[in-house]
Design a protein around this ligand. Structure first.
Ligand code: AMP
Length: 287
């Protein structure tokens, strides 16, 4: 496995692979890899001839200095995981390499970025789109893998690729949970033992929503269940927990990210909350 730090070298690697007729799968990450990332890497390794993982803690997508400063950094361990999974190259550029002269260009997206996480993380999705666009131009992958854990990011990246005609296919990978149900996240490492127990309420809330939706569907198939009814049932429990500061709990359409009034296939139940100083997100998609 190669560990590549410069843009020129990354391009040489990708172009050599392409000349040999090999397809390139790409997994962009912020590092501190866990089994959620591993699921993306495994899909790429099994579906593409060659897999590139980027590990770049992109400052442009952090809206809070403190979050960036305390984000876990485990590059050596990450490289070990990648090597073990059969990754061909890790691209780990410095901040200077990626933003040598800063960036005057900004990519923004109407509508999708000003809801859910976009409401409380101003500029976050602009930072994501900028780095993903840059990485696509540097790595030139055939396929790129994104997790449904960050469902809004996935939807936004898909739309950016469509609107800007990037020659890359975006593939979605289902959300991976820990044994106790907590959605895997690099930020989980920051939770104390008691915060972690509190955080379980987030996935349990989504589990309860799932039960309600599935029960309603089997009881009276085709009769739409009101979202307000579902949210009213679970919201109080979240809001009243002193250890949880709920940012949002919403039901939105998978295609448009518009709020939905009645639960239907393709409805995403998404939430974000602070547990202590750590902001966590989770979702369940009714398919
Ligand atoms: P991050 O390093 O947090 O930016 O994540 C890199 C990629 O891994 C993104 O596409 C995430 O959606 C995906 N990812 C992170 N956590 C999970 C998870 N628990 N399940 C599935 N995908 C995940």
């Amino acid at each position: 496995m190669e560990v590549i730090e410069t843009i020129d070298e990354m391009r040489r690697f990708s172009r050599a692979a392409r000349r040999e007729g090999r397809t390139i799968g790409f997994v962009p990450t912020l590092g501190a890899l866990h089994d959620g990332h591993r699921a993306l890497i495994r899909r790429s390794v099994s579906e593409c001839d060659c897999t590139v993982v980027s590990i770049f803690l992109n400052p442009a997508q952090f809206d809070r200095e403190e979050d960036l400063r305390t984000y876990p950094r485990t590059l050596e361990r990450d490289c070990g995981i990648c090597r073990g999974e059969g990754v061909d190259a890790v691209f780990g550029p410095s901040e200077k390499e990626m933003y040598r002269d800063g960036s005057m260009v900004m990519i923004s997206i109407a509508h999708f970025a000003d809801r859910l996480c976009g409401m409380s993380r101003p500029g976050h999705f602009r930072g994501v789109m900028l780095v993903v666009a840059k990485l696509f131009n540097i790595v030139e992958p055939d396929v790129a893998y994104f997790g449904e854990k960050d469902i809004q990011q996935l939807i936004i990246v898909k739309r950016m690729v469509q609107d800007l005609n990037f020659p890359v296919q975006i593939r979605a990978v289902p959300l991976v949970r820990d044994k106790d149900g907590l959605a895997l996240s690099s930020r989980n490492a920051r939770l104390s033992a008691s915060e972690r127990r509190t955080a379980l309420k987030l996935s349990r809330t989504l589990g309860r929503i799932r039960e309600m939706v599935e029960e309603a569907e089997s009881r009276s198939p085709g009769t739409p269940l009101a979202v307000s009814e579902v949210l009213a049932e679970v919201a109080e429990d979240l809001v009243s927990d002193p250890g949880i500061e709920l940012d949002y709990l919403a039901a939105v359409d998978m295609e448009t990210l518009e709020d939905v009034r009645h639960v239907k296939k393709g409805t995403i139940f998404a939430l974000a909350a602070y547990v202590g100083e750590t902001r966590l997100i989770d979702n369940w998609i009714y398919r």
